[in-house]
Design a protein around this ligand. Structure first.
Ligand code: FE2
Length: 575
């Protein structure tokens, strides 16, 4: 991968000469702090938010006694630390849960670096990170992950990501932790006991306080597969809802009620723990609520990471509020779901995104965000079956509807009643962009007007998808590539679908949803998106199980879709 041309290198060397000379002078003399207490690096190392000249380095240093600790850090161009380019000391206290974040600066673009921390003779594992490339860039490769539920299964997916060569970064789209207990009746925890993935007593409850959230991160970060991924690769992270509580919005969450205390306090505790434990650079120093930010990969990719949860989101609509004995109040629902004042991003973030899209010149404009942007309208009778959990007839209903849709697509005549069965459709998930339709039009409108090559990345659903993003007038604007979960159960679980019906269900849903080009509804995995000047290629990889320590990569289900730059870039099967 050509990250840096010779000319770039010379230019950067000349600019960085002073910094390199100074930091070489510092190397070695400050690495060991004069603190003589024993210190444990209890949770490995992590890096994140790489820029052309800096990267966040993270560790946790717990002293055997006392509430304050000082550690040395160093970053080098070789794993043996013969060429240290920067070093320094950092302090942490109990008030930060003994987590440490260093913004290592004065680095070279597109360069592989190695880093470690040391204190009182204890040395952390050596981590690796790559700075973002500058100038003319041939290729950018991003792994995309989301939704790692600890009690639901093993984190094999993180291990597989760690094995991938040539990745520039791991983009984590949230649900890094879940707020539930690991009791058998808790979400996705039925097998936690058998898997040996229950939470210890002092954390086995729904998270509410700062201590609760911190302990949960600590448990996750003891997982060897997650630790390995952090150690080998820089992460670029955003939260989704479960870092706070299920279906979080600006002022509340589905999984929060007054008996659990003040939501604002809970949210701030959750976000503080997130900022302490994640290798993320504060967007505004001292503010744990702002995470939307951009990353520029030379002239090839601008990655805009969004917050569709906390900063601006209006409360989700709920079909139940539109249901009466007379049926669904379609007019009121339609008016609300398309209300131009309804927001997912908030006015400030939307304006920021508009500016970013207008001024960014990368070949690809990429949105790294949580929830599906593609329109996922399903026939009403299917939605009703899902809502009322009458799954027994679901495969038959799905097959019937898919057959009718297939006939319609082939131009075969349908009766009025058949026509109505497939055309009476509504959004499946009101927690996604489908519940905020006017703002989706605004975002798609921006990309179209500015003539950008738009690629949207999404997590949240636990399933893999490729969508063609069209505006309300049917104009093709861009594509969406969505990743499966690391371990959280997907639609197969939600719909109670046995293995034998998965292929039919995928085919049926694929037919019924306009714009949907690919889906996998029953496997855990990750996505790698490879950008070049000529194409953006998404590869989905899946593991065969997260329910046993032994697993294999299920190559039979690997899939790929790509898109080409140009007006209305759409998905193409690369085969
Ligand atoms: Fe999730």
């Amino acid at each position: 991968m050509a990250r840096l041309t010779r000319r770039d290198f010379l230019k950067a060397s000349a600019l960085g000469m002073g910094a390199v000379a100074i930091s070489t002078g510092l190397a070695g003399c400050v690495l060991d702090s004069d603190d003589k207490r024993r210190v444990d690096f209890t949770h490995g190392v992590a890096s994140g938010d790489p820029l052309q000249d800096s990267v966040i380095l993270w560790t946790r240093a717990v002293p055997e006694r006392g509430s304050k600790v000082k550690v040395g850090w160093e970053i080098a161009t070789d794993a043996e630390f013969a060429s240290v380019v920067r070093s320094g000391t950092a302090e942490t206290t109990e008030a930060h849960d003994f987590t440490i974040k260093v913004d290592a600066q004065g680095l070279m673009p597109g360069q592989r670096y190695y880093y470690r921390f040391r204190s009182s003779g204890a040395t952390s594992p050596v981590g690796a990170a790559t700075t973002l490339p500058e100038g003319s860039v041939e290729q950018v490769r991003l792994a995309v992950v989301s939704c790692s539920n600890y009690p639901a299964g093993y984190f094999h997916v993180y291990r597989e990501v760690a094995k991938q060569a040539d990745l520039d970064a791991v983009v984590h789209l949230g649900d890094y932790i879940y707020e539930y207990s690991s009791d058998p009746d808790s979400y996705a925890s039925e097998e936690a006991q058998a898997l040996g993935r229950t939470f210890p007593e002092n954390n086995n409850r729904e998270l509410l306080t700062l201590v609760d959230y911190r302990r949960r991160y600590a448990i996750y970060r003891e997982d060897p597969d997650l630790q390995l991924a952090h150690q080998r690769l820089p992460f670029i992270v955003v939260w989704d809802d479960h870092e706070v509580a299920n279906d979080t919005w600006r002022n509340g969450a589905e999984n929060h009620d007054d008996s659990e205390g003040d939501f604002e306090q809970r949210k701030l505790a959750a976000l503080q723990a997130f900022f302490e434990w994640m290798p993320i650079r504060p967007v505004i120093e001292g503010n744990d609520e702002a995470i939307y930010r951009s990353f520029r990969f030379g002239d090839l990719v601008d990655l805009h990471m969004l917050d569709t949860r906390v900063i601006g989101r209006d409360q989700q609509l709920d079909y139940l509020n539109y249901l009466s004995e007379a049926g669904l109040n379609v007019d009121q629902f339609t008016a609300d779901v398309t209300d131009p004042n309804r927001t997912l991003l908030g006015a400030e973030q939307r304006l920021w995104l508009q500016n970013k899209l207008a001024t960014s010149t990368g070949r690809w404009q990429v949105l790294g965000q949580q929830v599906l942007m593609g329109r996922m309208d399903l026939p009403a009778e299917l939605l009703l079956a899902i809502a009322t959990e009458t799954f027994d007839d679901l495969p038959v209903t799905l097959q019937e509807l898919a057959t009718l849709k297939g006939m319609q697509l082939q131009g075969m005549p349908l009766t009025e009643e058949q026509e109505a069965r497939i055309s009476t459709a509504a959004p499946y998930n009101l927690d996604a962009w489908d519940g905020y339709q006017a703002e989706r039009e605004v975002v798609l409108g921006m990309a179209r007007q500015l003539d950008k090559n738009l690629v949207v990345l999404a997590g949240d659903t636990h399933n893999a998808w490729a969508n063609n993003l069209k505006d309300m007038n049917g104009n093709q604007v861009g594509v969406e590539f969505a990743t499966a979960s690391v371990s959280s159960p997907g639609l197969e679980d939600y719909l109670g679908l046995p293995d034998a019906l998965i292929a039919d269900a995928e085919q049926g849903i694929g037919l019924l949803v306009d714009g949907l080009d690919y889906l996998n509804i029953n496997q855990r995995g990750y996505m790698v998106v490879t950008f070049t000047q000529d194409e953006a290629l998404a590869n989905w990889y899946f593991v065969d199980t997260v329910k046993s320590r032994e697993y294999t990569v299920d190559n039979s289900r690997s899939a790929a879709r790509k898109t080409l730059p140009g007006a209305g870039n759409r998905t193409v099967d690369p085969v």
